[in-house]
Design a protein around this ligand. Structure first.
Ligand code: SAM
Ligand code: SF4
Ligand code: F3S
Length: 467
């Protein structure tokens, strides 16, 4: 669709939606409410901001995460089976709310909806769902909401692939001072355990000029921190003719006035270039944090996972990062229990965890995803997976704890993000390296970057004082 046609399409259905929501308001005698509930990663969280933006533009009132709203949207994840089970579990509860509120509407979207067997199951066992759509047609949401409000039947609209990248959906963000920015969609890596390339499609990079324009607009609206989002940001631009590389894009983002912090995720080790490390080391805005999924410390398992690097290459990158950027925090993802994994592989992983000295790690038990290559490999018994998982977790916790207090006594910049949830005399914010800090402060400081002395380390967070 040409840019003007996109805009006209969007406006037509936002306008129509406004009228339909007004009609609903007449029937209810109050403003209709909505709730968008997100499962999964930052990519989904960003999509949810767009869904919420559309609903607010149509006149719904946002209830936050509240399943008693008149319109509840579940933006789902399918990366591991427990993500799916959580959705099914909560869906059961929604039927009760719908019985009490006959005007209630329920929509399901996100990665799970790109799986045929999921759609079949919902059609059969969850007939009360009103609207189902997938990851590739998120931008048709304004039209789908209109269709849903005018229909009594379940609407199912799933596309196998995206038809171009659509810009400019309205957005409603949680924090006024920070924002995610999609720089690319999809993934080409086909790690053998992972379902993401099947449900999010092939890599599509956004034009650098659209990204920069979005960041300039965000900055003009008061945003200080941007998080550039993609499944593998290091391959940004590979699909564009003569476009910028990721390090070049970072340098352009750095030029945007008013942006003080730049984050990004995720990075794939196979594409992490020396140029990127240089750009980070020389930057005053790019945050001192690298999330670099290792997945396993065993080269044998990494090969079966189709990760395309060895244990030594991975540890080499970690060393380079720590040598060039001494304050950097390195975090990772690890999968335990991949098909064929033996005790000796787990020991390799534990050794890599200790050598890399991760500041933090998300450790997952391998979960079979249908139609991925690893699903057909010989599986590790559940009780062995669990035993190995506990071993890796213990190593991760030990190194993270020993890394955590290395900044105690230093004064570092903290972006004040919110009032502390337990103690309202404290503010909660983040260091450039993403560690949480709690410190006494007034809510008027939220959104500011402040120097804070880190007085005490409490495991995974600091207590501090403004200086
Ligand atoms: N693209 C990112 C990368 O490669 O760094 C990761 C995206 S994925 C949404 C987040 C993490 O989920 C992965 O790094 C991996 O550790 C984990 N994961 C993916 N598939 C999994 C599976 N089948 N079982 C367990 N964990 C899985
Ligand atoms: Fe999944 Fe691998 Fe792509 Fe990450 S890089 S989303 S783990 S296939
Ligand atoms: Fe889940 Fe989809 Fe993200 S499967 S982790 S929400 S890309």
């Amino acid at each position: 669709m040409a840019e003007n046609d996109q805009q006209a399409f969007l406006e037509e259905y936002l306008e129509k939606g406004k009228h339909l929501v007004e009609d609903l308001q007449q029937k209810l005698g109050r403003k209709p409410t909505c709730s968008v509930i997100t499962f999964g990663c930052q990519m989904n969280a960003r999509d949810s901001e767009k869904l919420r933006g559309v609903l607010l533009a149509m006149g719904y009132e946002d209830l936050g995460e509240n399943e008693e709203a008149d319109f509840v949207v579940y933006n789902t994840c399918t990366v591991r089976d427990n993500a799916n089970q959580r959705v099914y579990g909560r869906l059961g509860g929604l039927q009760g709310y719908k019985k009490k509120n006959p005007h209630m509407r329920i929509a399901l979207c996100g990665c799970m909806m790109q799986e045929e067997e999921v759609i079949e199951k919902i059609k059969k066992s969850y007939r009360f769902v009103d609207l189902i759509f997938g990851t590739h047609n998120l931008y048709t949401f304004p039209r789908l909401v209109c269709d849903m409000l005018e229909s009594d039947r379940m609407i199912v609209s799933i596309w196998k692939e995206e038809k171009g990248i659509i810009e400019d959906l309205p957005v409603s963000r949680k924090y006024p001072f920070k924002s995610g920015v999609n720089i690319m969609f999809g993934c080409n890596n086909f790690c053998s355990y992972c379902i993401v390339p099947y449900v999010r499609g092939r890599e599509r990079s956004r034009d650098a000029k659209d990204i920069i324009r979005e960041i300039e607009t965000l900055s003009a609206g008061g945003v200080k921190e941007v998080m550039l989002l993609g499944q593998n940001v290091n391959s940004y631009g590979n699909d564009l003719q003569g476009g910028l590389s990721f390090p070049q894009l970072l340098q352009e983002v750095e030029k945007v006035e008013g942006i003080e912090r730049i984050r990004f995720m995720s990075s794939h080790p196979k594409d992490l270039s020396d140029e990127l490390i240089d750009v980070m080391a020389n930057s005053s805005k790019i945050c001192r944090h690298m999330h670099l999924a290792m997945q396993s410390g065993s080269t044998r398992i990494l090969e079966k996972m189709n990760r395309r690097y060895t244990k030594e290459q991975y540890l080499g990158l970690v060393k380079k990062l720590r040598d060039r950027i001494p304050d950097i925090a390195i975090t990772t993802d690890i999968i335990v229990g991949f098909p064929g994994e033996e005790l000796s592989d787990v020991q390799e992983t534990i050794d890599a965890v200790k050598t890399a000295a991760f500041d933090n790690a998300f450790t997952f038990i391998y979960s079979i995803r249908s139609n991925t290559p690893a699903a057909a490999m010989e599986q590790v018994p559940e009780e062995i997976k669990k035993k190995h998982f506990d071993m890796v977790l213990a190593a991760v916790q030990e190194t993270a704890r020993s890394m955590a207090d290395r900044f105690t006594g230093r004064t570092m910049d903290v972006l004040a993000e919110q009032v502390n949830e337990q103690d309202s005399s404290l503010l909660t914010g983040r260091l450039s390296n993403n560690t949480t800090v709690h410190f006494p402060g007034d809510p008027s400081l939220i959104g500011q970057i402040l120097p804070v002395k880190l007085t005490e380390c409490k495991g995974f967070y600091y207590l501090g004082e403004r200086v």
